[in-house]
Design a protein around this ligand. Structure first.
Ligand code: DC
Length: 231
């Protein structure tokens, strides 16, 4: 049976995780956070002392690593070689270094294979940077979720504050801006706004409205697909 895939791409801090998880919950689809996979490999490289400037060593490591995503109420838990690292992968150190891992083509190829395998058994909401462009160019629904840099920084700041972490808003904004440049400027699978993706600017939207919009679009396309009457 052909599975239905919703690909959600966009810059860091646009709220992809929350929205993707809620859409998946509404539709009964599997939610997959691909950023978490790059983070898990980064964590392993840091822990094992693998040089982040060695594509060969990083590739070798990626090929010998088992990553599993387990759905749960808060999204998905990430198992790295059988150990739950869902909290550890969110550290500042991992965030800062993950681009080194995600810019290696052969590492991405390992993860692309894993990401595509989820479609064999599930309808998916998968979020990341290259889901609509590389992983599932034939996704039934592609969304580019965006928000102003200042708003993304404000949300990140509030999120940290909620966890009791005092952070500097200007620094967060600078950091997000650097990540934007790296994500959009890298040679392999850069973040792009595809012409066939629905553009959603969440700067002034409420999460429930974003979720409602994406869910409605998905339902329309599912109905269309079953009647073979889409234009
Ligand atoms: O979305 P995030 O911040 O958790 O992503 C972590 C890192 O992985 C970040 O460097 C961007 C990268 N990434 C990627 O290159 N491709 C994806 N599909 C998802 C994330």
């Amino acid at each position: 049976m052909k599975r239905f895939v919703i690909a959600i791409d966009g810059p860091a801090g646009a709220g992809k995780g929350t929205v993707a998880r809620l859409v998946a919950e509404r539709l009964g689809f599997l939610y997959v956070d691909t950023g978490a996979m790059y983070r898990a490999l980064t964590l392993k490289a840091l822990r094992c002392g693998i040089p982040l400037d060695s594509p060969v060593r990083l590739t070798e490591m990626a090929r010998q690593t088992r990553i599993e995503m387990l759905p749960c109420a808060e999204g998905c838990r990430v198992l790295l070689d059988g150990t739950d690292v869902s909290e550890e992968i969110r550290s500042e150190e991992v965030s800062r270094n993950s681009h080194a891992v995600s810019s290696v083509r052969e590492v991405r190829e390992v993860l692309w294979k894993l990401q595509r395998s989820y479609r064999d058994r599930h309808n998916l909401v998968m979020e990341g940077r290259d889901i609509g462009s590389v992983v599932f160019p034939d996704a039934e629904l592609k969304v580019y979720l965006d928000a102003d840099l200042a708003e993304r920084a404000r949300r990140r700041w509030l999120q940290l504050k909620g966890k009791g972490i005092e952070a500097d808003l200007t620094e967060i904004q600078r950091d997000l801006s650097a990540r934007d440049r790296r994500d959009a400027g890298r040679e392999i699978a850069p973040l792009v706004r595809l012409p066939d993706a629905v553009y959603v600017d969440s700067t002034r939207m409420r999460i429930e409205d974003e979720v409602a919009l994406i869910t409605r679009l998905a339902k329309e396309r599912m109905a269309c697909g079953s009647k073979r009457a889409c234009d």
